[in-house]
Design a protein around this ligand. Structure first.
Ligand code: XIL
Length: 323
């Protein structure tokens, strides 16, 4: 898929991965195939709770393994993420912070992590999911960053990421902005806020965690992409998967194919969409499925390109012919 995407002018077709998945030899052979995947993004191991488990404790070992693999294979890295409201360590969440202290802690985290991977990340997701979950509410999420530092935490994070790695593309990554509405508009306001602060932002990430019944169609996705590229940004589809209500049916798998293909085509038709990343490619290891129903998307699964038995989904062949 990467080969096909690159032939048509894209930088990469990539996948999310995690080191525990390297144990499956079939999985690893697909992952190591640069003609299939031209970019890797760690699902968890670059997140705050892993990288900085204590105030003065840093652990880059898991993420380093992914970066080394990508380097060895000649794959790009999407680095994910620096400032988010989830997967934060206890010392940070339970600490009593004033604005000045918390700002210093955030800057320290950003600068150290970006510096550690300086020159190795094609892109950094500097801030992640800063808007409220509700797509009809386009305002900033109330979390420790907003509540203690204020909205300027976003531009501050970008400013220091830029300082630590002048060549990495700096992204704001968000979900439910792939269709029109208050959240989509809110994300455009966030971009303008960063730009108005005179700080560099290069890209917007469309997460694109979809379901067949709610996914935006091709035209709407293209229109939404244009709104952001008109602001001067490049764009990437960053976490594409299409979960279906189990048990599956041929109709559902066909609808799933349509959603995957629409999303890939929206990127192909958008010059400044540089690449697409699936949030893993094998149902067995997806973050969505029976094993995690108590955590997210109860009842859903089979979101990826390959079934657990390694058969290719209609979605896979659909993307192949769309590319
Ligand atoms: C998910 C991981 O895939 C899971 O393993 C983890 O338990 C929770 O986070 N949006 C994001 C990603 O930006 O970081 C999330 O990744 C999926 C939703």
């Amino acid at each position: 898929l990467n080969d096909l995407a690159q032939r048509r002018g894209k930088l990469y077709f990539g996948t999310e991965t995690e080191t525990w998945e390297f144990n499956d030899t079939t999985y690893l052979s697909h992952l190591n195939n640069v003609r299939e995947f031209g970019a890797l993004v760690p699902g968890n191991s670059m997140k705050w709770e892993v990288i900085q488990p204590g105030r003065y404790e840093w652990n880059f070992t898991l993420a380093d393994q992914i970066v080394d693999l990508a380097e060895h294979n000649g794959q790009h890295m999407r680095c994910h993420n620096l400032v988010w409201h989830e997967q934060l360590p206890g010392w940070l969440v339970n600490g009593t912070w004033g604005k000045e202290n918390l700002t210093a802690v955030m800057i320290d985290h950003v600068v150290r992590e970006v510096t550690h991977y300086k020159g190795k990340c094609y892109a950094w997701d500097v801030v992640n999911e800063v808007l409220n979950d509700d797509p009809n509410n386009g305002t900033l999420r109330s979390d420790m960053w907003l509540d203690i530092i204020g909205p300027e935490y976003i531009a501050i994070a970008f400013e220091h990421a830029a300082r630590a790695d002048p060549h990495a593309k700096l992204y704001y990554n968000e979900y439910d902005i792939e269709f029109k509405g208050p959240k989509h508009d809110g994300a455009m306001k966030v971009v303008k806020m960063i730009q108005d602060a005179g700080v560099r932002i290069d890209g917007i990430g469309f997460e694109s965690h979809f379901t067949p019944s709610t996914a935006p169609g091709l035209q709407e996705q293209m229109d939404c992409m244009k709104d952001f590229t008109d602001l001067g940004l490049e764009l990437a589809v960053t976490e594409l998967d299409v979960r279906i209500l189990l048990p599956d049916s041929p109709e559902e798998l066909e609808q799933q194919e349509t959603v995957y293909v629409d999303t890939v085509e929206a990127c192909m038709n958008t010059e400044k969409c540089v690449g697409m990343t699936v949030w893993d490619f094998w149902d067995q290891n997806s973050w969505i499925g029976p094993l995690t129903w108590d955590l997210y998307y109860n009842g859903y699964g089979e979101a990826d390109l390959y079934f657990a038995n390694w058969t290719r989904k209609p979605a896979y062949t659909g993307i192949e012919s769309a590319l």
